[in-house]
Design a protein around this ligand. Structure first.
Ligand code: UTP
Length: 301
């Protein structure tokens, strides 16, 4: 893999979002708002801040709101202009100017690996990023930029990883690591959602990847694995046998916002950091904690 520039990112967003039902029955999980922006906008902004120019979103039935969100909204813009809401107008226009967007339909949710394969004709023969839109990474250096930096130095696939509690390894793809430097590993093998007793480490793949185009012929041959889905992890396992593959510990806070608890935690953290809401929200939380402490004390008395 010698080509250096990573210009394109694939954001698979065609999953069924079963962990977030019933909210995701008719609305895309990726459009759930984290304070005032849909989840997928955070991923797009991270991509753009990492130097990505083209964003390929893999969509499916019931996901049209994603396309509308990144398109112009002429009527809304006219309304905001007419009402002198200049700041909101510029925020709204900014969304449609973020990047070049392309949409590919995955006609059936056959798995993450299959979703990535749907972008092959738009990627061609160059390295590209994959970003899961429901994983939020809050970091001073954007998560994807950290991976691209490593890719440029090492010229191999790079997976974003973080340590997870040992009992939670069965929720992630887990790597079998060979240490290269602080926070950087060579990936000897990968296993999808292992039982804690079988896990080769507690280093979990967290929804950010830089991959070479050589992954596509492998994905094409990958048979359905866990849950009958074509797993990206299975194709990565195969790729690691023939090309160098690295894993970088991403520096920053990561939230699994595709899960109800992870989403609530992310909401609290982003609300506390929000310049116009943070102070009032912190007051609310403080009063609430004090009054529930008070309530516990009086009900025990
Ligand atoms: P997840 O497993 O987190 O998402 O897949 P999901 O399938 O939508 O949600 P749950 O597990 O049922 O709650 C990771 C990402 O891959 C996409 C999802 O949209 C999500 O962003 N995906 C998954 C696809 O695009 N296509 C698929 O066939 C499967």
């Amino acid at each position: 893999m010698s080509r250096a520039e990573v210009r394109k990112a694939v954001i698979p967003a065609a999953g069924l979002g079963t962990r977030f039902l019933p909210a995701t029955k008719a609305s895309p999980k990726e459009m759930l708002p984290l304070v005032d922006k849909p989840l997928i906008q955070y991923a797009v902004e991270e991509a753009v801040a990492s130097g990505i120019e083209d964003i390929i979103v893999i969509t499916g039935r019931g996901k049209r709101a994603i396309e509308d969100h990144f398109d112009r909204s002429v009527e809304l813009e006219e309304n905001l202009k007419g009402n002198g809401k200049a700041q909101l107008l510029s925020q709204i226009r900014h969304i449609s100017n973020l990047a070049n967007f392309c949409y590919v339909r995955q006609s059936e949710a056959l798995g993450l690996g299959h979703a990535v394969l749907c972008a092959q004709h738009l990627i061609g023969d160059e390295p590209f990023a994959v970003m899961l839109g429901d994983e939020i990474i809050d970091a001073p250096v954007p998560g994807l930029a950290q991976l691209i930096h490593t890719y440029k130095k090492r010229r191999g696939a790079v997976l974003g990883i973080q340590e997870v509690p040992h009992q939670e390894v069965n929720r992630y793809g887990i790597i079998s690591p060979e240490r290269v430097a602080d926070g950087l590993y060579k990936v000897a093998d990968l296993v999808e959602k292992p039982a804690p007793a079988d896990a080769p480490s507690n280093l979990a793949v967290i929804g950010r990847y830089v991959l070479p185009p050589e992954i596509f012929p492998i994905l094409r041959k990958t048979k359905p694995g866990k849950n009958g889905e074509i797993q990206l992890t299975d194709a990565l396992k195969e790729l690691a046998k023939s090309s160098p593959m690295f894993a970088l510990e991403i520096q920053g806070n990561r939230y699994d916002a595709g899960d109800k608890l992870g989403f609530l935690i992310a909401t609290v953290e982003f609300a506390l950091k929000n310049p116009s809401l943070g102070a009032d929200f912190a007051d609310y939380l403080r009063n609430r904690t004090e009054s529930s402490g008070e309530h516990r004390r009086t009900s025990r008395a």
